[in-house]
Design a protein around this ligand. Structure first.
Ligand SMILES: Nc1ncnc2c1ncn2[C@@H]1O[C@H](COP(=O)(O)OP(=O)(O)OP(=O)(O)O)[C@@H](O)[C@H]1O
Length: 272
């Protein structure tokens, strides 16, 4: 299943937030979206998911404008985990994941043992089976985040859109979650802040800056010292590995003076 944005622009609050962005993600690909705070990652994800309509341009799901497909059809093909996703507080962890089955339920297709199996597998996948009976508001931020992922997996989409999926997670669960997502037979688009995670897990990376797509390609081609300095305003050293991977080392105190007011926060987790 192929998802594509064709020359999409979007405005809000009197300003142009996304400007003429085109990209596509192929079946089975893991595409990362990186960029500083406010560069338009979340806005782009919301257009790709069909939640928002572009002012101009279009988003195509297997060649069909996403706006022309019904909500239920879209939800059976594509799941979005939003950055600040919230869920009603009175439900249990399991019930939160069961919500992922909604697009498949109806008068002629009531809840079945298959739905139970799918929900159990999703809880297992994110290491949350033991807490399935816990009430939502008693769970930690990281546990809730893992349940949001489980809910999206229970939706059995072909495309998974993740907006900063590793928020709130400790390093073990950050790596575990990205690895889990990568191992699924899914097309993934994930907005990520950690450039090393993007380098490790993504087939290609899209770089957003001030609402524009400024680079798109393989991690080692996109993540260059010059681009990271230009886009994030920080100085890094990059080690290239023989297997094609790369590792980015943040060099504190080496940021060019003219960029010291830039939003370097975005790289805070990449220093090792
Ligand atoms: N509904 C809205 N009304 C006005 N401005 C908006 C709206 N939604 C987003 N923006 C602005 O658009 C810009 C891009 O926001 P967006 O959330 O897409 O960025 P982001 O790259 O995801 O940022 P972050 O890394 O901080 O999550 C920001 O300046 C934001 O304030």
């Amino acid at each position: 299943m192929r998802l594509a944005a064709s020359r999409v622009s979007w405005s809000a609050g009197g300003g142009d937030i996304l400007k003429d962005v085109s990209l596509s993600v192929e079946a089975g690909e893991f595409l990362g979206i990186i960029g500083p705070n406010g560069s338009g990652k979340t806005s782009l994800m919301s257009l790709l998911s069909g939640i928002r309509k572009p002012r101009s341009g279009e988003v195509l799901l297997d060649g069909v404008p996403i706006g022309a497909l019904g909500r239920r059809t879209v939800a059976q093909r594509l799941a979005l985990v939003e950055q600040q996703a919230e869920t009603g507080e009175r439900i249990t962890a399991r019930q939160a994941v069961e919500l992922g089955r909604t697009p498949y339920l109806g008068p002629l297709s009531p809840w079945s043992p298959d739905d139970d199996r799918i929900v159990d597998a999703a809880l297992d996948n994110v290491d949350m089976a033991d807490l399935a009976g816990r009430i939502w508001h008693t769970l930690s931020g990281g546990e809730r985040q893992r349940l949001h992922i489980a809910r999206a997996l229970a939706q059995q989409p072909r495309i998974l859109l993740l907006d900063e999926p590793t928020n709130h997670l400790d390093i073990g669960h950050q790596i575990g979650l990205l690895d889990l997502v990568r191992r699924q037979d899914l097309t993934v688009v994930a907005a990520l802040h950690d450039l090393n995670h993007a380098a490790m897990f993504c087939d290609r990376i899209a770089v957003m800056q001030a609402g524009r797509l400024v680079a798109l390609g393989r991690p080692r081609d996109v993540l260059t010292v010059e681009r990271i300095r230009d886009v994030f305003g920080v100085d890094v050293a990059i080690e290239h590995e023989p297997d094609g991977g790369c590792h980015i080392r943040f060099r504190p105190g080496r940021t060019p003076p003219e960029r010291r007011t830039a939003p370097a926060v975005a790289l805070a987790t990449t220093g090792t």
